[in-house]
Design a protein around this ligand. Sequence first.
Ligand SMILES: Cc1cc2nc3c(=O)[nH]c(=O)nc-3n(C[C@H](O)[C@H](O)[C@H](O)COP(=O)(O)OP(=O)(O)OC[C@H]3O[C@@H](n4cnc5c(N)ncnc54)[C@H](O)[C@@H]3O)c2cc1C
Ligand SMILES: *[C@@H]1O[C@H](CO)[C@@H](O)[C@H](O)[C@H]1NC(C)=O
Ligand SMILES: *[C@@H]1O[C@H](CO)[C@@H](O)[C@H](O)[C@H]1NC(C)=O
Ligand SMILES: *[C@@H]1O[C@H](CO)[C@@H](O)[C@H](O)[C@H]1NC(C)=O
Ligand SMILES: *[C@@H]1O[C@H](CO)[C@@H](O)[C@H](O)[C@H]1NC(C)=O
Ligand SMILES: *[C@@H]1O[C@H](CO)[C@@H](O)[C@H](O)[C@H]1NC(C)=O
Ligand SMILES: *[C@@H]1O[C@H](CO)[C@@H](O)[C@H](O)[C@H]1NC(C)=O
Ligand SMILES: *[C@@H]1O[C@H](CO)[C@@H](O)[C@H](O)[C@H]1NC(C)=O
Ligand SMILES: *[C@@H]1O[C@H](CO)[C@@H](O)[C@H](O)[C@H]1NC(C)=O
Ligand SMILES: *[C@@H]1O[C@H](CO)[C@@H](O)[C@H](O)[C@H]1NC(C)=O
Ligand SMILES: *[C@@H]1O[C@H](CO)[C@@H](O)[C@H](O)[C@H]1NC(C)=O
Length: 597
Amino acid sequence: MENSTLTKSIHLLLLGILLISFLPPSFASPPPSPVKCTTNSTTNCTVTNAYRTFPDRSTCHASRVVYPTSEQKLVEIVANATASKTKMKVVTRFSHSIPKLSCPGGSNGLIISTRNLDHVVNMDNTTMKITVESGVTMKELIEEAAKGNLVIPYVPYWWGLTIGGVLSTGAHGSSLKGKGSAVHEYVTEIRLVTPAPANQSYASVRVLKVGDLDLDATKVSLGVLGVISQVTLQLQPMFKRSLTYVTRNDSDLADQAISFGQQHEFADITWFPGQRKVVYRKDDRVSVNISGSGVFDYIGFRPTATLAIKVNRFTEDRLEANKNADGKCAYSELTASTLALLAYGLTNNGLIFTGYPVIGYQNKMEASGGCAFGSEDGLFTACPWDPRLEGSFFHQTTVSIPLNKVKEFILDMQKLRDLQPNALCGLELYGGVLMRYAKASSAYLGKESDVIDFDITYYRSHDPMTPRLYEDFMEEIEQMALFKYGGLPHWGKNRNLAFDGIIRRYNKSQSFLEVKDRYDPDRLFSSEWSDQILGLNGSVIVKKAGCALEGLCICSEDIHCAPDNGYYCRPGKVYEDARVCTDVNLSSENLKLIQGI
Ligand SMILES: Cc1cc2nc3c(=O)[nH]c(=O)nc-3n(C[C@H](O)[C@H](O)[C@H](O)COP(=O)(O)OP(=O)(O)OC[C@H]3O[C@@H](n4cnc5c(N)ncnc54)[C@H](O)[C@@H]3O)c2cc1C
Ligand SMILES: *[C@@H]1O[C@H](CO)[C@@H](O)[C@H](O)[C@H]1NC(C)=O
Ligand SMILES: *[C@@H]1O[C@H](CO)[C@@H](O)[C@H](O)[C@H]1NC(C)=O
Ligand SMILES: *[C@@H]1O[C@H](CO)[C@@H](O)[C@H](O)[C@H]1NC(C)=O
Ligand SMILES: *[C@@H]1O[C@H](CO)[C@@H](O)[C@H](O)[C@H]1NC(C)=O
Ligand SMILES: *[C@@H]1O[C@H](CO)[C@@H](O)[C@H](O)[C@H]1NC(C)=O
Ligand SMILES: *[C@@H]1O[C@H](CO)[C@@H](O)[C@H](O)[C@H]1NC(C)=O
Ligand SMILES: *[C@@H]1O[C@H](CO)[C@@H](O)[C@H](O)[C@H]1NC(C)=O
Ligand SMILES: *[C@@H]1O[C@H](CO)[C@@H](O)[C@H](O)[C@H]1NC(C)=O
Ligand SMILES: *[C@@H]1O[C@H](CO)[C@@H](O)[C@H](O)[C@H]1NC(C)=O
Ligand SMILES: *[C@@H]1O[C@H](CO)[C@@H](O)[C@H](O)[C@H]1NC(C)=O
């Protein structure tokens, strides 16, 4: 694309963002339902996720959806399905996980939606505990707790997740303090509805409390043990936090990464490897007596103008098609500096940003997500990834690296970046590499050690056979994280290859599978995907033409890449055991440049 067109597009985009920043917050088309039924509203259904597509681009079929409103209804539903040996799966209001977690087994299963299981059951502000139904979102949970002057200390940054989904996938915020940032560490009780034999009326409610061994299975359960009905969480008294973003170069990132996490309770790091820039989030707990009414309403989670979303995608598509890596770098710098200028969505008083530190109540700072909760505005504004817009569309590689390997991993990424300084600008268009802290867990499928979770989002073409600019670099980082450094993939993100043989890396997986056998002996909550990731039947790897472009396989032959477009299967450049789809023309041109030919 010509530079002038690019500049115009960018100006439009920024105007869009700015305009929307000033709209009343109640305005935005909420995301569409992940469940669609054709016969009438409850039968002959398909289910996907919030992006309306899974990593293999399929959708799943189910014969029926139900919307229980209470635990008693839930018991009836599970009992009926168990009696008729019907496969089941819980699907949440928005279904935010990328992998195929929300599909019931087979194609005639039952979808149990938690959309209407959204009540607060009890809040006790003497013991500081809250009990909610499993479909309650992070937004509701945070708001309800705050009514009792209580807070949940660590949560994912996005309001749109449900407590049931967060527990099932081990979701987290960022902290090394106490038990760390995973929400499941603060669970004190789970009520789980499981199948049961005929003489127990085909369903039972299991109540798992702190001290019960099985709680370590149910805390992170991938949706395969039964339906989580209610969750009780240990809260803390209200506090404030004081947040300052500090931007520096990335020369000493490898040395800073661990100590920074030890210095600040809510630390995280955003790394822009192409720009050689790091944004450190210095974020600590402070007394409620310190003045400040700051709010963190993250720009990327606000209602965004449809026009801006489309222009942004158009620009990115053009840069990709023209293999304009320098253009991507310019665009990512502009995006990053605009975000920094707008303080990422932070305000000191809910209206304007006047400077750091931003001090505010925990419930106003810990998460946001206005784009999922507005009233319908006819798609004038939406979440940037709304599938109805063909806007933002991406892959996400999210891998936890053990703390003792983080330094080497960052140094390797820098070595790779230095071979081709503009190769990684693409991921910066999606906010850079988000690095967050979490701690080892007793949960059987939780983190095995203290980690930094590296969260990387990058371009995905709407055409599965179209390769990405410099995709060899991203694939090498992905394989390095998973195999060279023994990282564990986030259960709710990632591409298929990340889960290949993954269950063997969990030391307590046998204990998990033993609980699964006991709770669900007929495997009614199992699906093809859960059998694959649990190592019970089949493989997540799909070998076919172009499979490596979509992360369905690691290439072993050129045909797994896009030979017609010049992408061949080649070894990694820093991690030589990696096999990555390489644009051989682009790399030989660069080689000539480097060698001065
Ligand atoms: C914009 C965005 C921001 C995100 N931010 C973060 C973040 O900051 N940190 C982080 O760790 N992750 C984050 N994630 C990932 C997210 O945490 C996971 O994908 C999460 O599991 C999604 O929750 P959900 O409620 O949408 O569940 P779904 O994706 O719908 O479900 C996930 C699994 O849980 C099962 N399940 C759900 N409810 C129940 C229940 N009641 N009983 C039994 N099984 C159940 C489902 O069957 C499915 O197997 C983010 C995702 C998005 C889209
Ligand atoms: C939907 O269709 C099915 C099958 O045709 C039928 O059994 C069911 O009663 C219908 N439900 C509603 C709400 O109309
Ligand atoms: C179910 O829906 C599909 C489209 O998704 C349609 O082709 C099919 O005819 C429907 N089946 C019934 C029984 O209505
Ligand atoms: C369970 O099955 C019984 C008998 O078939 C039926 O009357 C009842 O409505 C069903 N309940 C649910 C929640 O599906
Ligand atoms: C407990 O919650 C009630 C409201 O639900 C509130 O009025 C009261 O102040 C809270 N108590 C404490 C100790 O925060
Ligand atoms: C219920 O049936 C199972 C077999 O399905 C049997 O093992 C168990 O002892 C029975 N329990 C009771 C309470 O009858
Ligand atoms: C990075 O910043 C440090 C100071 O924080 C400075 O000493 C160093 O020279 C900078 N490195 C580069 C490559 O700019
Ligand atoms: C805040 O101030 C109140 C009254 O001035 C005092 O009682 C309380 O201990 C203070 N809280 C903290 C956390 O300092
Ligand atoms: C898991 O097992 C491996 C190999 O048996 C061992 O090296 C590792 O320390 C164990 N991890 C934990 C967290 O126990
Ligand atoms: C294993 O998976 C295949 C393909 O999905 C299926 O046909 C088969 O029944 C499964 N076997 C078991 C034991 O579940
Ligand atoms: C790669 O370069 C060769 C020789 O310069 C050229 O013939 C070929 O068309 C190029 N392939 C692509 C996909 O650009």
